[in-house]
Write a protein that binds this ligand. Structure first.
Ligand SMILES: Cc1ncc(COP(=O)(O)O)c(C=O)c1O
Length: 406
């Protein structure tokens, strides 16, 4: 993956804050120019016959949505809250609404939004939506989310299908789903949706999955006489936090997609809805070191903030990569291993364990890259009532204006 994250922009912002206040720094910084370059690169690599949506669950901040908007076909919402937010923020863009446990009120809202397509997760949800749609004034476009097993394509750390999960319907449910659809012309079936796994780092496996999705959709289309036009192949393109160059190979995938489309699409369009892979690289979390101590022979750097702002390291169960932005003071420790922790009164508040550092002092800033997805928004922000981090969105004015003018 491309990592357009020039730390100079991040460092310049931190230097600016340092002139404004002596308070230790604790912030998220988003490089919108890097984000714009990255999503544009993703878009331009995709072959014709493919659509790109952004899964806002990865990072729904308004400037992030605005930056990706010119390069995507729309946005995916996974809750009523996200749907309302996306409708407010991106009213002109098509929206997808998926996820289990939708309330009737949320189904009714989605059914009333002209640009919204629903991903139906179960027979029960389909029946509830059918009666809501009958009362509304427009045919409601839907996709059926299917949970199928595709032999030979391997597992990842985060499986949403191919085994018992709350997501999507079994193939055995399809005859009943089709019967409900036939009884309710207020629902318009536009395609099938599949998202079997996240953290997929193998482009060839993902191509095999997409092939399988297209083939099974063709089979169902013929078997049930369905007039569908699109297969949504989900998101889940994986990021290797320790070694970003080992992340999902988007270019290889897009190259392979051309052949897959040629041989298996037969008129079906493909739609993707990635989150992490789009926004992860634009975000940085910065924590200033407040204390350096030794405990039972091991060094700890206690920095302002913690996993209540940046839950990604414990959520991923990894030591998050970091860089040190040295401050004014002489090093307190040199060539030592240090565990980086936050301000929470729990031993779980660890961002990286026993990491080698050349030099570290109080006042230095720890900069954590790859903090633009599933970071601030998945964190337990209210725990201990620490203040929120500062938020900086480093604009991409020139580039954005150029993009809008094009
Ligand atoms: C249905 C669906 N679509 C898209 C995504 C986005 O996944 P990722 O951020 O890994 O691309 C998810 C993640 O959970 C999902 O469940």
């Amino acid at each position: 993956m491309t990592l357009h994250c020039p730390p100079e922009r991040i460092e310049a912002q931190i230097a600016q804050w340092r002139t404004e206040s002596p308070e230790p720094i604790c912030a998220y910084l988003y490089d919108l120019q890097a984000l714009q370059q990255h999503v544009r690169w993703m878009r331009e690599a995709l072959p014709d016959g493919c659509e790109l949506y952004y899964a806002a669950k990865a990072n729904p901040e308004a400037p992030v949505l605005q930056t990706v908007a010119p390069w995507v076909d729309g946005f995916e919402a996974a809750s009523g809250g996200e749907l309302r937010w996306l409708h407010q923020q991106q009213a002109d863009h098509p929206l997808l609404f998926g996820g289990p446990g939708k309330l009737d009120s949320e189904l009714a809202l989605a059914a009333s939004l002209p640009c919204c397509t629903l991903h139906v997760e179960s027979l029960g949800e389909l029946a509830r939506l059918a009666s809501i749609a009958e009362r509304g004034g427009r045919p409601v476009p839907i996709f059926l989310r299917m949970n199928i097993a595709v032999p030979g394509v391997g597992d990842t750390r985060l499986m949403m299908g191919g085994k018992p999960t709350p997501f999507g319907m079994d193939e055995q449910d399809l005859p009943q789903a089709v019967a409900i659809l036939r009884e309710h012309p207020a629902l318009r079936l536009e395609g099938f949706h599949f998202h079997l796994m996240s953290h997929q780092k193998d482009a060839l496996m993902q191509l095999a999955l997409v092939r399988a999705y297209l083939d099974i959709a063709q089979r169902w289309k013929a078997a049930y006489g369905l007039d569908i036009g699109t297969v949504n192949a989900g998101g889940g393109f994986g990021v290797d936090y320790a070694e970003p160059s080992a992340s999902f190979d988007w270019l290889r995938f897009c190259t392979g997609l051309r052949e897959v489309l040629r041989q298996h699409a037969h008129g079906l369009k493909l739609r993707f809805e990635p989150g992490r892979y789009v926004s992860v690289a634009c975000g940085w979390y910065a924590m200033e070191v407040i204390d350096i101590k030794r405990s039972h022979g091991e060094y700890f750097a206690v920095a302002r903030g913690g996993t209540h702002h940046f839950r990604t390291p414990p959520a991923q169960g990894h030591d998050h990569p970091f860089r040190i932005l040295r401050g004014q003071r002489a090093a307190a420790i040199e060539n030592e291993r240090v565990t980086l922790v936050g301000q929470l009164c729990t031993p779980k508040d660890v961002l990286a364990r026993a990491q080698p550092v050349e030099a570290l002092a109080i006042g230095d800033c720890l900069l954590f890259p790859l903090a633009g997805a599933y970071a601030w928004n998945i964190s337990h922000q209210n725990f201990l009532m620490h203040p929120a981090p500062r938020m900086a969105f480093l604009e991409a004015r020139t580039a954005l204006h150029a993009a809008n003018a094009a």
